[in-house]
Design a protein around this ligand. Structure first.
Ligand code: ATP
Length: 359
């Protein structure tokens, strides 16, 4: 395993910033920690880099223990590269010297070959003699990343690396960086609070809140099989509807019987089921109807908020040529593959099950 965290605990006085976090990354995999501000993402990254001491637990890089309770190998002895949001390039060095900076110890010929290989990889060969102030933000970011990748670190840590870029460029950069890391078989752990960036980059995503890692899995697993209400709420959109058990793989809701694989079976007969906007299909021919109470134009789609006769609400994603107005009744049917169940009443966050949008 390239990176292993085992029940990592980090405390600042009375605050437990990282609470028993365990995860693993294989070689050449890209992982991502996602979560609201202050949930402990950066602290995990800093501990992996060797800047924070664990109070409990262990950190292993390439199966070698580098931190344990109260001790740690110095950051410069870890073969870990880092890229931060304020990726300061050296202003007095041109692109090729910036990239070569991390390669001290290599011969001049080896250095030249590695710099050329990397600049080819990021399509920046034409800029090798350009200075940082002559580059765009996205180009500077690519150079910073290239500099961190140059020594072939065992692990690359990226903390909000696209934070200063606008939304469109962030997604493009995220895809580019993913293919760069892939081509060079680099293992990386990224921190972000932007789920689309995480989806674009990562093989495995960890959702954190208040120091705890709620789930570590693929984007698909987080969306379709959220481990708990926090993950169901944080990833994507959805609402909860009250449900009772109808059969082994079916439940009964106000919208009729829903059949699908029950992801997280619960004891008892009453619960809430998570309904995503893409589970609700707008169909003029459907017998079931719901009233539009709100709508948001998303370009190719409308996101409709629909009220059911009970007052409970669901979200429906419909192609935007179905231009219905607020107040109109529209036909809907449900197409649910996975049934994600939560206890009734739902613990924490939600005080009136069934009527609260999770987003
Ligand atoms: P953001 O997305 O806003 O950067 P984050 O998820 O990266 O947040 P961290 O920076 O890891 O969060 O901080 C986790 C918690 O630990 C926060 O409550 C923060 O105030 C606290 N914290 C972080 N570093 C220290 C420190 N050196 N001393 C005291 N408290 C700290």
């Amino acid at each position: 395993m390239q990176l292993t965290l085992e029940q990592l605990v980090i405390e600042f006085a009375a605050l437990r910033a990282v609470d028993e976090v365990s995860l693993q990354l294989e070689r050449a995999q890209i992982g991502c920690l996602l979560g609201p501000s202050g949930c402990g993402k950066t602290t995990v990254l800093r501990a992996i880099a060797g800047f924070e001491l664990p109070h409990r637990g262990r950190i292993l890089i390439r199966d070698r223990e580098v931190s344990g309770a109260g001790w740690s190998v110095a950051p410069e002895k870890r073969r870990v590269g880092m890229v931060f949001q304020d990726y300061a390039l050296f202003p007095h060095l041109d692109v090729s010297d910036n990239v070569a900076f991390g390669l001290r110890g290599m011969s001049a010929r080896e250095t030249r070959a590695r710099v050329t290989q990397l600049l080819d990889l990021v399509d920046m060969q034409a800029y090798r003699n350009t200075y940082p102030h002559q580059l765009s933000g996205g180009q500077q970011q690519r150079v910073a990343l290239t500099r961190a990748m140059a020594p072939r670190p065992d692990l690359l840590l990226l903390d909000e690396p696209f934070g200063s870029q606008d939304a469109e460029l962030r997604e493009q950069l995220a895809k580019e960086v993913r293919s760069m890391l892939r081509e060079d078989s680099i293992t990386a752990l990224l921190v972000t609070h932007d789920q689309f960036e995480a989806f674009a980059m990562a093989d495995s995503i960890g959702v954190m809140n208040a120091g705890r890692l709620h789930q570590w899995g693929s984007a698909y697993e987080l969306y379709h099989r959220p481990a708990d209400l926090f993950v169901g709420d944080f990833i994507g959109q959805g609402t909860l509807l009250p449900a009772t058990r109808a059969g082994t793989n079916s439940i009964l809701t106000e919208l009729g019987e829903l059949s699908g694989q029950i992801v997280n079976d619960l004891n008892g007969d009453r619960f809430n089921v998570l309904i995503r906007p893409d589970d609700v299909i707008h169909d003029d021919a459907a017998r079931t109807t719901a009233r539009i109470v709100d709508r948001a134009f998303r370009g190719a789609e409308f996101l409709y908020t629909l009220a059911l006769p009970s007052g409970d609400r669901i979200l429906c994603m419909a192609p935007s040529h179905h231009d219905h107005k607020v107040g109109q009744e529209i036909g809907i049917r449900l197409d649910v593959e996975h049934l994600v169940l939560f206890a009734d009443p739902a613990p924490g966050a939600i005080d009136k099950p069934g009527s609260v949008s999770l987003d």
